[in-house]
Ligand binder design. Structure first.
Ligand code: KIV
Length: 301
């Protein structure tokens, strides 16, 4: 697949070819994503739900995200790795934001971080970029704060909201972000932003006009029960896994597994000698047990 994808490569793809982004959170699936030739693996905070079973992305911590990021980066040969800054890892202060972003780069081996928010986080993005950390922005539906306010709603339906999204996108570009995720933004607004910016937009539920697309791995593989309208399922792995596990359970219960082909054997002569030795061991054990029984008998008398 060649060398690692860089920030420069990603920016250079705009207007030439679409950018392929997928989430992954562990070594095994990240290896497959990398082999498939995706450009960016996003260690998304959607891990909160699909990996850790939280009800939304709010509770996941830096330490939890770092474990996942390290696993993904061990698998990567080609793709760029972007780590999602979890809720409250960059909101408290710029110092906090720099410290946590730095942990993803130094400990997690990520190449860049992603930050949810528009104009209100321009100074944070600027500080990270000035410190040498590439940043991917994220506007439109913001899953970290949506459940706390209005819920999960498509963004960019009214002209006022549409204008705010364009202004947010421009602010992030000015701050030095190298790309921006547009989540559940109307096609018209996503197209306007994509046509206005020099950096690429990565859409999720925002239509075909974006410069790239991102989806959650568990959604495209059919591993997670709920998936929104914008998801295309490329496989039904939960049915495949359920079938495999049910057959495994039945094989174990009915002694059909392990078969001869899964079993290791001793050399025949070694086994003969082993049986003689076991015979002697058993004889000795019998004598010792009988001796103990005799002593116990005397003690009882
Ligand atoms: O956490 C995540 O997976 C994301 C994508 C949905 C863009 O932020």
């Amino acid at each position: 697949m060649g060398s690692k994808v860089t920030v420069e490569n990603i920016i250079g793809m705009k207007g030439k070819r679409k950018i392929v982004v997928i989430t992954a959170y562990d070594y095994t699936t990240a290896r497959i994503c990398d082999k498939a030739g995706v450009d960016i693996i996003l260690v998304g905070d959607s891990a909160a739900m699909v990996m850790l079973g939280y009800k939304d992305t709010v509770p996941i911590s830096m330490d939890e995200m770092l474990v996942l990021c390290k696993a993904v980066s061990r698998a990567r040969e080609h793709a760029m790795i972007v780590a999602d800054m979890p809720f409250m890892s960059y909101q408290v202060s710029v110092e906090d934001a720099l410290y946590n972003a730095c942990r993803f780069i130094k400990e997690g081996n990520a190449d860049a971080v992603k930050v949810e928010g528009g104009r209100e986080f321009k100074h944070v993005v600027e500080a990270m970029v000035n410190a040498g950390i590439p940043v991917m922005g994220h506007i439109g539906l913001k899953p970290q704060t949506a459940p706390l306010w209005q819920g999960y709603r498509v963004q960019g339906k009214s002209k006022e909201n549409a204008c705010r999204l364009v202004e947010d996108a421009i602010a992030l570009e000015e701050a030095g972000a190298f790309s921006i995720v547009l989540e559940q933004v109307t096609y018209e607004v996503a197209k306007t932003i994509s046509d206005t910016l020099r950096i690429p937009t990565i859409g999720i539920g925002s239509g075909l006009a974006c410069d790239g697309q991102v989806l959650v791995l568990h959604d495209i593989l059919g591993l997670y029960e709920y998936s929104p309208k914008f998801v295309k399922r490329y496989a039904d792995l939960s049915t495949t896994m359920l079938d495999a596990l049910t057959r495994y359970r039945d094989d174990v219960l009915n002694a059909r597994f392990p078969g001869e082909e899964h079993t290791y054997h001793m050399d025949v002569q070694e086994y003969e000698r082993f049986k003689e030795m076991v015979g002697m061991m058993r004889e000795r054990l019998k004598r010792e047990r009988n001796g103990m029984d005799d002593k116990e008998g005397l003690a009882d008398e």
